[in-house]
Structure formats: structure tokens, C-alpha cells
Ligand binder design. Structure first.
Ligand code: PGA
Length: 242
């Protein structure tokens, strides 16, 4: 396994440690092309980066941000849409030009065309990808069983993923599908950070560290990525790193 594992004593130290590395990457390459996840896991990292932007120690003025995935069937202004979450927690408060934030067109009549268009926009790929991990091992909406060579596509959500989307919604019309960047461009990224915090993720983290790469555990493909890191807080690390 090439995946490098780093664990931190608390979620606060975890967020600071990751933000330190992110700030270094941006300093080395101000035009960094990011793929960023919505969801709850990265929220503290985003808050830490915003603090650094306000202080003047990090800047996104020349960067690009691509949204990892988006739910279908929700109104454009639904606060649970991934783009709206990422805007609320990060993008709206950055020094990033609005034209440098890219999202897949989940409301388009022709979703296949929307996916091909997003792939074309992604073009040369990502310098840095931040991914949460679902409790079933998904990354983005690449659910168990997703082919490893897939580009942006329409994905049906597993029951467990539908249920866990309730955490983001202020209603109970939970999404059952979405558009997601596929495993191929995620695996082609120059650097990938897998993020997990809290005891609820300890089980999937233990599986990720124990099992060979296979399609029933999409996050496991990153075990063999040449430049991937798994960042854990103490609770998500559980007993595996003790
Ligand atoms: P979370 O979601 O960051 O809200 O836990 C991760 C995921 O399900 O992909």
C-alpha cells in the first residue's frame, strides 16, 4: 500500500494540520486546480482555510475549484445541494473569482451531455483532491460497484447514502441520484487527500487499511495512488493505528 496515513489527536489538530499542508500547496502553486467535496467532514478544514485567507496567509485568487458531486432533483436554491454547501462553508468567502468555481449541470435536460461538458471543463485534471469517505466506502457518488475507469456520470445513490443525506437537508425529500466526477479523473489527480473524522468512520477506515483495492470499496483504489494521504482524527483512527 502506498497510501500515507496521518492521524491527529483531535479534530482541531487534524483541521490545522491539513490546512498547513493546503496552504503550502497553494504557496507553491497559486493556480492550484482543486476538486473539493461538500459534506460535513471538511467543514472544519474550510473554516481554518478561511481564517488564513482573512489573515492574508493564504490566497485563492489564481486557483480553480471544481465541485466533486451534486444531488439531482433538488431546487437550485436548496441549502442541501452540494454547490450551496460548498459556497456557504468556503467558496463565497474566498478571494476566488466566481468564474473559477465549476459545478456539474445537474439541472440540464441532457445529463450525458452535461457530464461530457464537465469532463471537458476539468480538462487537464486536478492538482489536489479532497474527499470524504462514506460509511459504505464511497467517494463522491462513486458507490460500491462503480467501475474504476469511469468519468463524470449520473449515479444512483445507495440506500445508506440516501439516508445519510438527511444530515444536509431541511426537508425529507432526500435525493436518490446525482452527478459525480468519476474514479478515473480522481485517481489521475497529482495529489489526493482522503478525510475521515469521528467514531462513525472508524469501521470503514479499518476496512480501507485492511483490504486490497477492489470495487466494492471505492476508496480502496487510492491505496495504490502514488501521492495519496489519509488524514484521520483519533476517533476515526480507532484501534488500527494504536
Ligand atoms: P460526510 O459525507 O463528510 O458528510 O460524512 C461523506 C460522504 O458520504 O461522502
Amino acid at each position: 500500500m502506498k497510501l500515507q496515513v496521518e492521524s491527529f489527536g483531535s479534530e482541531t489538530e487534524w483541521a490545522r494540520g491539513i490546512a498547513d499542508r493546503w496552504q503550502e500547496r497553494l504557496t507553491a502553486n497559486p493556480a492550484l486546480r482543486h476538486c473539493l467535496a461538500a459534506g460535513l467532514t471538511p467543514v472544519r478544514i474550510y473554516a481554518e482555510m478561511l481564517r488564513r485567507v482573512r489573515e492574508g496567509s493564504a490566497r485563492f485568487g489564481d486557483a480553480r475549484i471544481f465541485l466533486l458531486d451534486e444531488y439531482g432533483g433538488l431546487a437550485p436554491d436548496d441549502p442541501g445541494r452540494c454547490a450551496n454547501m460548498l459556497r456557504r462553508f468556503l467558496v463565497d468567502h474566498l478571494d476566488l473569482p466566481p468564474s473559477a468555481f465549476f459545478t456539474p449541470s445537474v439541472d440540464a435536460p441532457d445529463l450525458d451531455a452535461a457530464c461530457r461538458e464537465y469532463d471537458a471543463t476539468i480538462g487537464g485534471g486536478f492538482d489536489l483532491v479532497l474527499l470524504g469517505i462514506g460509511t459504505n466506502g464511497h467517494v463522491g457518488m462513486n458507490e460500491p460497484g462503480t467501475p474504476v475507469d469511469i468519468d463524470t456520470h449520473r449515479a444512483g445513490l445507495h440506500v445508506e447514502t440516501v439516508t445519510s443525506s438527511a444530515r444536509y437537508m431541511n426537508h425529507d425529500r432526500f435525493p436518490t441520484w446525482g452527478l459525480t466526477i468519476g474514479l478515473r479523473p480522481l485517481l489521475a489527480a497529482r495529489e489526493v487527500w482522503l478525510l475521515a473524522t469521528g467514531a462513525a468512520k472508524a469501521g470503514i477506515v479499518a476496512r480501507l487499511l485492511a483490504e486490497e483495492a477492489h470495487s466494492d470499496l471505492p476508496a480502496s483504489w487510492f491505496r495504490d495512488h502514488p501521492n495519496a494521504r489519509l488524514f484521520l482524527d483519533r476517533a476515526a483512527a480507532g484501534d488500527v493505528l494504536a
